[in-house]
Design a binder for this molecule. Structure first.
Ligand code: UDP
Ligand code: MG
Length: 313
């Protein structure tokens, strides 16, 4: 495929977005038609409980639409993987949210950068729809993540991306089940460029990422792309051991010169409980990695497809 006449597959993960999809599919199609490009829209319905499927089905004969219906809600990372897995290796892929937060007018810019030779064009969000506290915490998170991992994961680069077929092929070949897509996009490499965009307010409904979902995503990123937590445990353990040894030597010397000194109950209790706490904490960190190994070894698929609906014209 030359960069002149591409076929674009738009991957749209959607979970309970019926109202948005009703308007989003026509809007996306209109943008792409104006670009004079061949395209298909692949909606990954991530186990929606609203009438998304009915809404989408009613549009099947009007738009070049494909619906991938997952058997339940598997989460956005899995939905994106499902989409990528079902895009042809010959196609260019665009990942875009269904809630209008990713501005459609950025698509022409992304396409022209791809034509210039970039293999991956990612949107960098300015997070202006988010609270200052969340912005602040996200900032710290990216600093820690990038400090601790070997690869550079671009800050605030979300899932609004254009992927060349080379990138699609590379992503499909990754066997891991614990998927932190932002990390994997950076990990596969290729000639990439970020463009800044200002995300819009969600049209209908509200975000699916509550504190728990965000916490899980944070942990997936940290454990998936860094061994730093484990190294910290090791370093801290070594430091504590050195301190204890020095203290032991000090006690021996003190005993030799001044005899045995009984008091010290407080020191003892503090040392025991502190050590107990630290051990449990570190065990938890180790456990977090083990649980991820467990998930990988179980080898369950990341998602299950219940049904696929095709456009027929
Ligand atoms: N989404 C999904 N599965 C989920 C949660 C979200 O497919 O379990 C989709 C959702 O429908 C939307 C996109 O992922 O198209 C982004 O989700 P959302 O807007 O809730 O996240 P935010 O924009 O707040 O980060
Ligand atoms: Mg959103």
């Amino acid at each position: 495929m030359s960069r002149e006449n591409p076929f674009l597959s738009c991957i749209v993960p959607a979970f309970n977005e019926s109202e948005n999809l009703q308007k989003f599919i026509p809007a996306l199609a209109k943008t792409l038609e104006a670009e004079n490009i061949q395209f298909e829209i692949l909606v990954v319905d991530d186990g929606s409980e609203d009438n998304s499927i009915a809404t989408l089905s009613s549009m099947l004969d009007k738009y070049p639409l494909r619906i991938l219906e997952l058997s339940r809600n598997f989460g956005k990372e899995a939905a994106l993987s499902a989409g990528i897995d079902h895009v042809s290796d010959r196609h260019l892929a665009l990942l875009i949210d269904a809630d209008f937060q990713h501005p459609l007018d950025a698509i022409p810019t992304m396409l022209s950068l791809w034509k210039e030779g970039y293999d991956m064009v990612y949107g960098i969000r300015n997070r202006n729809t988010e609270s200052p506290l969340k912005k602040f915490l996200t900032n710290i998170y990216y600093k820690i993540l990038n400090f601790s991992s070997d690869i550079e994961i671009p800050e605030n680069a979300g899932d609004f991306r254009l992927l060349d077929r080379k990138v699609v092929t590379a992503l499909k070949a990754l066997p891991e089940k614990n998927r932190y897509m932002k990390g994997l996009f950076a990990w596969v490499g290729f000639k990439s460029i970020g463009i800044h965009f200002s995300e819009l307010e969600r049209e209908n409904g509200q975000t699916h990422f509550n504190i728990k979902a965000l916490f899980n995503l944070t942990l997936a990123g940290l454990t998936g792309f860094s061994n730093l937590p484990l190294r910290l445990c090791m370093g801290f353990g070594a430091l504590l051991a050195c301190c204890s040894m020095s203290y032991g030597i000090w006690i021996i010397i003190e005993t030799l010169f001044q005899g045995i000194d009984v008091p010290g109950w407080a020191t003892l209790i503090v040392a025991i409980s502190l050590l107990g706490g630290i051990q449990l904490l570190f065990l938890g960190i180790v456990g977090e990695y083990i649980s991820r190994i467990y998930t990988e070894t179980k080898g369950r698929p990341q998602y299950i497809i219940a049904q696929e609906h095709h456009h027929h014209r």
